[in-house]
Design a protein around this ligand. Structure first.
Ligand code: GLC
Length: 695
């Protein structure tokens, strides 16, 4: 059951395509408290209440105990003390033995989630503006609550199949030659690859939709060369538009009033990569149509994937903010600067970027009315993504496109995927990557992954290898690093062969991963789930934060500690462990329910398959289209029989239907061994372990 409650004058956010009518009664469970404009919702927590959800945030899968804020922020240091990252996903599930409640706070402004932080036995959610819709979801199980919410917010974005391949990226591929080198190094060493991301270096002076032809002389020719190698180019598009007369996008935006304004109606100016910039008002339909149409020139050049960035929107500074800061610094010239002045002036410059005062000077247009940006701040990235998605659909309707964004709000999941922002080459961020997967899935974001190896700071060989071992399971599998970080392409390291072998696993698993992804997207299910979702009666399973369920039949448990040569794993039921080194090199170890220490050398990673289930396993290939999804081996631990529902399609057509793509694989024991059948499939059952092997 889903009930909607409205407070104040809620803004239509687009999170929910067809909202149910608002209730007239008082919302149960929560007590309300007003203080000025703000409105707080309090819910008592028992000592056993779990809190799931909130999508892209720091800390655990169980969100209880911290203070989170919905305020999309460009913050490259995702340390544990942070309260907000790049996205706002205001969906939570409260669960204990007495209560199960899903709640979505549909408010695009500043919202604070005090989840047992101020008082351990209370959750207080505060909307700063007090204008919002709250949706209460009551169902029988965690899985059902999530499914009901996902159904409410609409189907998740479907990427093309090639987007499940390994992608290489770096801020700093500064020329066509750099890109070609990356491709050559991968292909010559048989490191599978499906795409290379182009960062801001390709642009002419950081102007969106331009190309610096001195360094990238013919983008269409480059795209064509790479297509011959089965590799896609994936350029970045930023939100800010350089302020410059004669730059077409800027001129058109000004001529048509497409940019966000100041209170006096003049265009708002803030600085990002190109310096002073304007910001398209993506909340306006005509602006979305205009901006979305700009992607066409790249599509015409043979490009089929994009990443949208800096769309919180990030602001380095406003001209007035910078001038005031410089004045303050100037006043210190010649002074003997001591502790107070030193810390103050440092703070003044630190606070220039993403300053709330600047967002409060920015205005957008909602439904024909001018509205202060900070009331709708969290919708900016979503609507940029929507603009891109709709523009691409209009221009090239016969294909799916790759699109992922940094900033998002619930609703953006219908238009694109998300990457998890500027993480660091820290072991804790490998674990954070894992923890974000189920939380993002609950909020509709299925196509997601983090910068493998870490974006900021210098990675280490072992960290990258271990991170790849997680990355093979995440739908977006991209190695990306900052310009000032150590080079971290696989081929830069002595152990590149071990890393390559890990990537081959991705391609062996591809039919399985694609099938699980598409089934989840088409049935509003989560591809990654906390163990609590499937084993709610198992108190040990419910508290596990470093293992997650993958698809219907699997569990993953990556190694996330430096120098570890194994890890502890809890199995909530009997499972077969594949201890994997490459697509053709793995051990199959049946294991009983319970606690285990498993040995895992640096080049080994585990995948657990529930007893009684099988999964498909392909011959690895160098790119996605070369993976033969019709000729499969089966992996698993069989009792008598098992069924796997394999979803597959051509990987490009936008109109997909679950029933058209499904082939049921039936596996059963016979007198002489194991027999498997599936329409049109060639199936190899040799790898299946039978119950005699039980521990
Ligand atoms: C932002 C992005 C990062 C990108 C950089 C340069 O920090 O998050 O991925 O490399 O900008 O465009």
């Amino acid at each position: 059951m889903i009930r909607r409650y409205d407070y104040g004058s809620p803004i239509e956010t687009g999170a929910i395509p067809c909202p149910p009518p608002a209730q007239k009664d008082t919302m149960p469970y929560f007590s309300l408290h007003r203080a000025g404009a703000s409105l707080s919702f309090s819910l008592p927590l028992s000592k056993d209440t779990f809190i799931f959800g909130l999508g892209e945030t720091v800390r655990g899968i169980n969100k209880r105990g911290h203070l989170y804020r919905s305020w999309n922020s460009d913050d490259g240091a995702h340390s544990e003390d942070k309260h907000a990252l790049y996205a706002s996903h205001n969906f939570l599930i409260f669960w204990d033995c007495a209560q199960l409640l899903g709640v979505f706070f549909d408010d695009p402004g500043f919202v604070e989630f005090d989840l047992g932080y101020s008082h351990a036995n209370e959750a207080v959610i505060t909307s700063k503006n007090g204008d919002l819709r709250v949706y209460l979801i009551e169902e029988e199980s965690l899985l059902a609550v999530t499914r009901a919410f996902r159904k409410l917010i609409g189907r998740s974005y479907l990427p093309p199949k090639w987007a499940f391949g390994y992608l290489q990226s770096r801020w700093g591929y500064a020329s066509e030659q750099d890109v070609l080198n990356v491709v050559r190094e991968h292909r010559s060493r048989d490191i599978p690859l499906d795409g290379v991301c182009m960062d801001i270096d390709y642009m002419d002076g950081y102007r969106d939709f331009t190309v610096d032809t001195s360094r990238f002389p013919d983008l269409a020719a480059l795209a064509a060369t790479l297509h011959d190698e089965h590799i896609q180019l994936i350029p970045i598009i930023d939100a800010g538009i350089k302020q410059e007369e004669g730059y077409r996008i800027c001129d058109e935006g000004l001529a048509n009033n497409y940019f966000c304004t100041q209170e006096n109606g003049q265009p708002f100016v803030g600085a990002v990569w190109p310096g002073r910039s304007y910001f398209p008002d993506f909340l306006k339909e005509d602006v979305r149509a205009w901006f979305g149409a700009q992607y066409a020139s790249f599509l015409d050049a043979g490009i089929e994937g994009f990443w949208n960035d800096m769309n919180e929107p990030a602001l380095f500074y406003s001209p007035s903010g910078l001038a005031a800061a410089i004045d303050e610094a100037e006043a210190l010239r010649g002074k003997n600067v001591g502790i107070e002045d030193f810390f103050r002036i440092r703070r003044v410059f630190d606070q220039l970027a993403g300053n709330p005062n600047d967002y409060a000077c920015m205005y957008q247009c909602v439904g024909g009315h001018r509205i202060r940006h900070d009331r709708v701040h969290n919708l900016y990235g979503m609507n940029m993504t929507r603009a891109a998605s709709e523009g691409m659909q209009r221009h090239a309707p016969s294909r799916r496109h790759l699109l992922f964004t940094r900033s998002s709000y619930i609703g953006a999941h219908r238009y694109g995927g998300v990457w998890q922002g500027d993480n660091a080459s820290w072991w804790s961020h490998l674990l954070l990557n894992l923890k974000m997967m189920p939380s993002l899935n609950m909020c509709g974001f299925l196509y997601t992954g983090a910068d493998i190896g870490g974006f900021n700071c210098d990675t280490t060989e072992d960290l990258l290898l271990r991170w790849l071992q997680l990355g093979i399971f995440t739908p977006l599998m991209r190695n990306h690093a900052s310009y000032d970080a150590r080079n971290q392409e696989i081929y830069r390291f002595d152990s590149w062969q071990a890393m390559r072998n890990v990537v081959t696993l991705r391609y062996a698993l591809l039919p399985f991963l694609y099938s699980e992804f598409m089934k989840c997207a088409l049935t509003d299910a989560c591809m990654f789930r906390p163990l609590a979702f499937d084993y709610p009666q198992d108190p040990t399973a419910c508290r596990i934060e470093d293992q997650v369920l993958l698809g219907e039949a699997c569990m993953i448990a990556p190694v996330y500690e430096q120098n570890a040569r194994g890890r502890h794993v809890y199995l909530p039921e009997d499972m077969l462990m594949l201890r994997m080194r490459s697509a053709g090199d793995y051990d199959r170890v049946p294991m009983a329910k319970g606690h285990h220490w498993i040995e895992l050398e640096l080049d080994e990673c585990p995948l657990f398959i529930r007893r009684g289930h099988v999964i498909p396993w392909a011959h690895a290939a160098q790119w996605v289209d070369a993976v033969d999804s019709r000729n499969l081996a089966l992996q698993g631990w069989l009792d008598d029989q098992a069924i796997y529902a394999l979803y597959d399609d051509d990987g490009y057509a936008p109109d997909v239907e679950l029933s058209k793509g499904l082939t049921l694989i039936h596996v059963h024991r016979t007198k002489d061994g194991v027999c498997a059948t599936g329409d049109g499939l060639t199936l190899n059952t040799k790898l299946i372990v039978c119950d005699e092997a039980a521990p």
